[in-house]
Design a protein around this ligand. Sequence first.
Ligand SMILES: NC(=O)c1ccc[n+]([C@@H]2O[C@H](COP(=O)([O-])OP(=O)(O)OC[C@H]3O[C@@H](n4cnc5c(N)ncnc54)[C@H](O)[C@@H]3O)[C@@H](O)[C@H]2O)c1
Ligand SMILES: O=C(O)C(=O)C[C@@H](O)[C@H](O)[C@H](O)COP(=O)(O)O
Ligand SMILES: [Zn+2]
Length: 374
Amino acid sequence: MVETRTVHVAGEHPYDVVLGRNLLGALPGLVGPDARRVLVVHPAALAATADVIREDLRAHGYEAFVAQVPDAEEAKTAQVAAFLWQVLGQADFTRSDAIVAVGGGATTDLGGFVAATWLRGIRVVQVPTTVLAMVDAAVGGKTGINTAEGKNLVGAFHPPAGVLCDVAALESMPRHDFVAGLAEVVKCGFIADPRILELVEEHAQTLTDPATAVASPVLLELIERAVVVKARVVEQDLREGGLREILNYGHTFAHAIEHVERFQWRHGAAVSVGMVYVAELARLAGRLPDEVVDRHRSILTSLGLPVTYRGDRWERLLAAMRRDKKTRGDLLRFVVLEDVGRPVRLEGPDPTLLAAAYAEVSEGAPAPSRAISL
Ligand SMILES: NC(=O)c1ccc[n+]([C@@H]2O[C@H](COP(=O)([O-])OP(=O)(O)OC[C@H]3O[C@@H](n4cnc5c(N)ncnc54)[C@H](O)[C@@H]3O)[C@@H](O)[C@H]2O)c1
Ligand SMILES: O=C(O)C(=O)C[C@@H](O)[C@H](O)[C@H](O)COP(=O)(O)O
Ligand SMILES: [Zn+2]
């Protein structure tokens, strides 16, 4: 039996992230007594769960609807958002009504964004069903969609009313999607919680198979630890005025890969390569010791995550990185580490350094040879 754990997210709009099994019974309580109508947004993979939720909401007196959206990044478009606005409009959703987003991070980002924009903001309850969405996307109130020019370029900060993480949902996950989510867990380890790294190092084999991972108490501990890292950051800096940028560790290069790959790469896989890229960048800038860079590669590789990317895309990656949200004017800004748990900013690194770090993560590069040291 898995006990239920709650991580409270403080701040102007406080809420709870509840972790455990068989939690859906708590959902009507989070939707709240003011709502009359509820729209349950889900991808095809979660259709059965969405139907169960709709029936439960109806049994509690709500007028509940479901809306199926495309899978993964196909959902994060202006067209799909417009489809949901149409559904809400035709069903007369008012400011006291609510959205429930059930799915991975793509669905929770979309559902959150539509909730943020409908009537300038209605309640959203997040029901994440992937590791990545439980530890990251569903928590913290960053919502958004992609455009042809890049990742999450349109969005809003809109904290959820609550987050329900039922770890049993993870049993049906394909292995590659499951481990992709662990990249964000590892990110939390490198930026803030070294115990996460030790746990992953000790239990990598268990963690790479969804069946063994879900049966293990280590997974729940990792999810909780990562949620705590995120909660402690976003409750201090919801709108990313400064501190919150640490959650973007590895993302400048990751989002560039996702854009160049037309959003066909899983976000977590791109974050894995992105963290190695920025670790190499920090090493080349004289900020990070070799052994911490090596630890990035060994931990991520032990989980079956990628640590290299094709070597013939530099110009396009660089152009995409210029549209990163941390960029200010022409100044590229990165979150780098000085050690485990010590994130700092690296602003306007020399272009030769940027290219040299790319060489270190390019497929076929002799990493970790320290071939280049500037
Ligand atoms: N808002 C944030 O703070 C934040 C943080 C991290 C990531 N993100 C975003 O989250 C997205 C990535 O999230 P993701 O990795 O969950 O991807 P995803 O939402 O694309 O889901 C991955 C795949 O798993 C399927 N799936 C979901 N739950 C399942 C289950 N229980 N069983 C079987 N299949 C299931 C989905 O249908 C999809 O095919 C990206 O768009 C990323 O930008 C946002
Ligand atoms: O919550 C945050 O802040 C993050 O940066 C978490 C990231 O893991 C996440 O992928 C986020 O969506 C990236 O944000 P963006 O502002 O770079 O689009
Ligand atoms: Zn991310």
